[in-house]
Each structure stands twice: as structure tokens, then as C-alpha cells.
Design a protein around this ligand. Sequence first.
Ligand code: COA
Length: 167
Amino acid sequence: MIALNHILKFITKDGKEVIIRPAGKEDKDRLVEMYLNFNPEDRCLGLPPISKPAIEAWVEFILESGFSIVAECDGKIVGHVAVIPAGDGTGELCIFILREYQNRGIGQKLMEEIIKMSMERGMRGIFLTTSRCNVRAIHVFKKMGFRVVDSCYDYEMYLPLKEKKIC
Ligand SMILES: CC(C)(COP(=O)(O)OP(=O)(O)OC[C@H]1O[C@@H](n2cnc3c(N)ncnc32)[C@H](O)[C@@H]1OP(=O)(O)O)[C@@H](O)C(=O)NCCC(=O)NCCS
């Protein structure tokens, strides 16, 4: 792993080089492109949206209201994680990896980096909602330290950050 001012490079389990870096408003078009190519079967709880105008509005909202990290591979954005602050020191997380790039360690790397970024910003916790059928996502979230706090319908998960160490 090489650290380059918040830009990281890592090699996936199958030998592909991936760049992990913070994203900003200038990435809007490339993020929209990623979500236009997102396999609808991998949507979770209605996200990402499907039509281009809805994707554009959603990506714009995320980039304006929260902070994001993207994974780039083969010259395009293939993964995106974001935290939207809720105004009480916590924030809501969403993460999506294009199907052809799933299961290569990219999701876990993005999770590690967004957790560090959230801590650097002084946040006290991150929450998320996922489908109870989304076993891979739940595995990844638990591995990162998230715990299920409500399982009445979907899974509400929470990661307290105060006691975590940045490494
Ligand atoms: C969930 C998601 C973000 C994970 O990212 P990813 O890059 O595929 O995940 P990684 O490769 O980093 O890790 C996958 C882990 O899940 C495990 N896994 C794979 N399939 C699994 C399954 N069916 N059940 C349980 N664990 C599974 C892998 O073994 C690996 O764990 P390990 O490192 O302990 O062996 C990604 O798959 C994705 O975008 N899915 C569709 C959208 C989605 O569900 N987003 C979350 C919405 S809340």
C-alpha cells in the first residue's frame, strides 16, 4: 500500500491496481457514469436510483451534503462510499461497487478509509441501513466493527467511533 496525500494505491486479490481517493463535485459526471452502469440486481433498498435524472440528482445531493471516497480501476470509477452527516455528530453511510469488481477487497478498503476520514472529521458514529438478505454487505460491515442495533424489518447498523483508534 502506497500513501500519496490521501491517494492510496492497492493491488486486488486478483492483481489489479486500484486507486482509492477522496471525491469531490468535479467527479459528478464520472460517478453518474458508474451508477448508469450499476447492475439493477445489486441495488439495495431502492438505491442507487435507475433513471439518469434521478441518478444525477442523487449523486449531486451526496457530493454536496456529505463526503465521498472512490475506487478507480481500468480508467473508471468502480466503487463509491459516502457518509452524509446527520447533524448530531453521526452520519449515514452508503457504499456501492460495480458487480465486475465486487469480491476483490475494494469494498473493505473503501470502508476502512471512510471510517478513518469520519474520525478525522470528529464524527462520533456512523450508521447505515441494509437489507437483511444482503449477507455479503452485512459480513463486510460486521468485519469493520458495525453492530446490528435494530432488526425489526431491515438491518440498522451502527459503528461508534470515539473508542476506535486510527491506524
Ligand atoms: C457489499 C459490497 C459493498 C461489498 O464490497 P466488495 O468489494 O464486494 O467486498 P470485499 O471484496 O471487500 O469483501 C467481501 C467479503 O464478503 C465475503 N462474502 C462474499 N460473498 C458472501 C456471502 N454470500 N455471504 C457472506 N460473505 C460473503 C467475502 O468472502 C469477503 O469477506 P472476507 O474478506 O472476510 O473473506 C459490494 O459487494 C456491493 O456493492 N454490493 C452491492 C450493493 C450493496 O449491497 N451495497 C451495500 C448497501 S447497504
